[in-house]
Design a protein around this ligand. Structure first.
Ligand code: BES
Ligand code: MN
Ligand code: ZN
Length: 492
């Protein structure tokens, strides 16, 4: 999708469709009034007749005659004084749903009719392009019949005010974030028999070919063995699929500028291993690489936007299977850090791959390290599907991530990482065990990781509840690509 900005008089902007938000309180906002004038009072009449009530996300799709636009899409925006990020998202989602199924090639979106307290025009622009572009996403690669591609290729975002350069920049940023999220969604939606650790490594290499500002390095099992990544390799040993550790780096600042490191959990399928999971909804464990997918998606967005900072993405990829060589409960492994781990549950494998990747992150002399993982079912119980769990050893870093999430409409919520929880990981036989019992499961998982993150500012994002939708709308969400990209852009 191509996004452009216009602040010219609406009537001078031709398009196949014009999209006008209308409020519940029957007030006609500036753009709506202008359109109304040209269309002989059409909007006013619809409101007066009660055919247009302005309920959030409701739509009316009408042909126009003798206007610069072929069609009019009226979208309900609710009560004007209650407009917030969530209402705007509903307005945009309803809009793109209609537009992408129509034959309109271009659409003019009257964003100037929307005001949200605390949000400036550029924020609205970035949010709009991101949400509209996201609404175009579909995953049809594995259907034998491909649907017709949508006709819509151009969206003109209109506001009365707004600086051309700043708005164009905002629109580009939003669209880049959505495209990064789309990459993450597609990788995650691909099934485990296609998206293997090797596939993720290939994808990372492909990204580096597409974007010359990215560089990719792939470590194979032999190299990891050499380094001493006994914990990561232990997870992969029950599978026919070899593990990979992939480093993607983006250089946008001086080489000596400390990079911001992202570490993603890339379990391409999590059966639980010998501590086998129950069968119900086990297919969803193909999404257990959403952390890794979000790292690649974020690096893609960063490569498109090209901010002035250095970023390193590390993805730890393996398949967790109950093979003949698989790890068993009670097995003790030695991590890259030298610390030994008693594996009491082979289903707590995410932390086992992440701990070695975190230790590996040290060699990049990071300004900060953020890991992203579908780590615990407990996080789904604690926060549901709306907030990502956030735990950190640094308050400033935690706050930066929280506010990036607020800005991006991709929110996180912090949980405590108090020392009192650490003793749940005490082991009689090794330096630690890999599970801490049911109480505070998300916290003890983060406590485990914190033992490998002592030498840098570190935060952990548990995306078990937010990375994908279950049920009828089953599919990856692309989260937290918006949060991560916003966080990094704020750092530049
Ligand atoms: N990938 C799962 C976590 C998960 C489960 C995410 C369900 C989303 C939905 C992770 O590897 C796992 O199995 N965690 C265990 C940890 C436990 C054994 C301490 C869990 O949460 O049950
Ligand atoms: Mn597991
Ligand atoms: Zn897992």
């Amino acid at each position: 999708m191509n996004f452009t900005f216009s602040s010219q008089s609406l009537t001078t902007v031709n398009a196949d469709a014009i999209v006008v938000p209308v409020y519940e309180d029957a007030s006609v906002s500036p753009a709506a009034a202008e359109v109304d004038n040209i269309c002989g009072g059409l909007i006013r009449t619809l409101i007066d007749e009660g055919d247009c009530k302005g309920k959030v996300g409701s739509t009316l799709w009408l042909p126009l005659n003798n206007a610069p636009w072929k069609r009019l899409l009226i979208v309900g925006a609710g009560k004007s004084e209650e407009c917030n990020d969530a209402t705007l998202r509903k307005v945009l989602t309803a809009t793109i749903k209609i537009l992408k199924e129509s034959t309109a090639k271009s659409a003019l979106f009257c964003l100037g009719d929307i005001t949200i307290p605390g949000r400036n025009t550029e924020w609205l622009g970035a949010f709009a392009s991101e949400t509209l572009e996201s609404g175009m996403y579909q995953f049809t690669e594995l259907k034998s019949k491909q649907p017709e591609p949508a006709a819509l290729t151009n969206i003109i975002v209109h506001t009365q005010e707004g600086q051309e350069a700043a708005m164009t920049h905002a629109l580009t940023q939003g669209a880049a974030i959505a495209r990064g999220a789309a990459t993450a969604k597609t990788l995650a939606n691909l099934p485990g028999n296609i998206c293997t650790p090797t596939y993720l490594a290939d994808k990372a290499e492909q990204l580096a070919t597409e974007y010359p500002c990215l560089k990719t390095q792939v470590l194979d099992e032999a190299q990891m063995e050499q380094l001493g990544m006994g914990s990561l390799l232990a997870v992969a040993q029950g599978s026919e699929q070899p593990a990979t550790l992939v480093v993607v780096s983006y250089q946008g600042a001086a080489p000596d500028s400390q990079p911001h490191v992202l570490v993603g959990k890339g379990i391409t399928f999590d059966t639980g291993g010998i501590s086998l999971k129950p069968g119900e909804a086990m297919d969803e464990m193909k999404f257990d690489m959403c952390g890794a997918a979000s790292v690649l998606g974020t690096l893609q967005a960063i490569a498109e936007i090209q901010p002035k900072l250095n970023v390193v993405g590390i993805i730890a990829c393996a398949e967790n299977m109950p093979g003949g060589r698989a790890i068993k409960p009670g097995d003790i492994v030695k991590s890259l850090s030298g610390q030994t781990i008693e594996i009491l549950n082979t289903d707590a494998e995410g932390r086992l791959v992440l701990c070695d990747a975190l230790t590996y992150a040290e060699r990049f002399n990071p300004a900060s390290v953020v890991d992203i993982a579908t780590l615990t079912g407990a996080c789904v119980i604690a926060l549901g599907a709306h907030a990502t769990g956030l735990l950190a050893n640094d308050d400033a870093l935690a706050d930066e991530l929280l506010s990036a999430g607020q800005l991006a409409g991709d929110r996180a919520w912090r949980l405590p990482l108090w020392d009192e929880y650490q003793s749940q990981l005490d082991s009689n036989f090794a330096d630690m065990q890999n599970i801490g019992g049911r109480p505070g499961g998300t916290i003890t998982a983060a406590c485990f990781l914190s033992r490998f993150a002592k030498n840098f500012k570190w935060a952990h994002l548990d995306i078990a509840g937010t990375a994908w939708n279950s049920g009828k709308e089953k599919g990856a969400t692309g989260r937290p690509v918006p949060l991560l990209t916003r966080y990094l852009l704020n750092k530049a």
